[in-house]
Design a binder for this molecule. Structure first.
Ligand code: CAO
Length: 261
């Protein structure tokens, strides 16, 4: 009899997070409270951001290959005591792409007369905490391994959840990614974090029908990316080229490993 075929391992499927249901609040009358703390900082930063002319650029990323890669990396990282989400891959891919588009890791002075190209890729990530929106950053992503990025992300997330992030971790960011997809949504319109010139928002990974190269429909894992950039110094074409490169690292993670320092 012909030898039995080896069992095909099941494809990893990303399951959407359960809908979070906060406790309903019924007070019966209006309530006014002062804006304090992190929300007060958000008022200041976002008001400043709206003085910057932003443009948006969106695309979709096929996540099939990166989901498989991350499944393996998650197990390997766990053996070394490190939690490994998709974020280290997103950050490292961004850092490698920034090496080719340094203007996206720059800042402009208040009068918009000088551009400073930042040597470090201090990549911030938006964090939804009980106290509000926090954006700690991983310093020098350009010189960290993927595992080191994962470990640093875990440290920052733990501190953020405990409300213990310090000024060092919250300042000096040069580029930001916001994974709103852990909560839901597809495309967004992210707002810049001054003095940075780009922010990217990642939508939720969805299972959707797509065509392969032979025109056959297959089940694809798709994630949307929404970039906002400072149009005073960033051209749409530059943003598109950077996004194409970042996307190519995720769609073909072997190229990510090839370019890794
Ligand atoms: N789509 C679908 N699922 C996703 C996903 C995405 N884009 N990103 C991560 N996930 C899944 C992961 O698969 C993970 O499950 P498994 O490990 O079991 O596979 C699960 O979600 C939980 O991920 P995580 O807790 O490890 O999250 P993370 O490290 O990817 O992200 C953080 C952490 C801090 C980015 C996230 O918790 C968060 O706060 N997101 C909200 C950001 C936000 O508020 N943005 C708006 C800013 S403007 O107001």
């Amino acid at each position: 009899p012909p030898p039995e075929a080896a069992p095909v391992p099941p494809k990893p499927i990303v399951v959407a997070a359960p809908v979070s249901r906060p406790t309903p609040v019924v007070t019966g009358k209006d309530r006014t409270e002062p804006i304090r703390g992190i929300r007060k900082t958000m008022v200041k930063t976002m008001t400043q951001a709206q003085t910057i002319p932003h443009f948006g650029y969106c695309d979709e990323v096929n996540m099939d290959a990166v989901i498989e890669l991350r499944t393996v990396m998650k197990t390997l990282a766990a053996e070394r005591g490190v939690k490994f989400s998709y974020m280290p891959i997103f950050l490292k891919a961004a850092s490698l792409a920034l090496l080719q588009f340094p203007i996206l890791n720059s800042s402009v002075d208040e009068k918009c007369e000088n551009i400073t190209y930042k040597a470090s890729h201090n990549i911030g990530f938006a964090m939804d905490t009980k106290d509000g929106l926090l954006v700690p950053n991983v310093k020098n992503v350009q010189s960290l391994s993927m595992l080191e990025v994962a470990s640093e992300l875990s440290r920052l997330m733990q501190l953020g959840s405990a409300g213990k992030l310090g000024t060092h971790d919250l300042s000096g960011g040069t580029f930001t990614l916001s994974n709103i997809g852990t909560i839901g949504g597809t495309y967004t319109k992210p707002v810049l974090l001054p003095t940075e010139v780009v922010i990217g928002a990642l939508g939720k990974i969805q299972v959707l029908p797509r065509f392969d190269s032979n025109d056959n429909v297959y089940k694809a894992h798709v994630m949307n990316i929404s970039w906002s950039a400072d149009h005073r110094i960033i051209e749409g074409a530059t943003m598109a080229k950077f996004s194409n490169l970042w996307k190519s690292y995720l769609e073909n993670p072997t190229s990510l490993i090839l370019d890794m320092k």
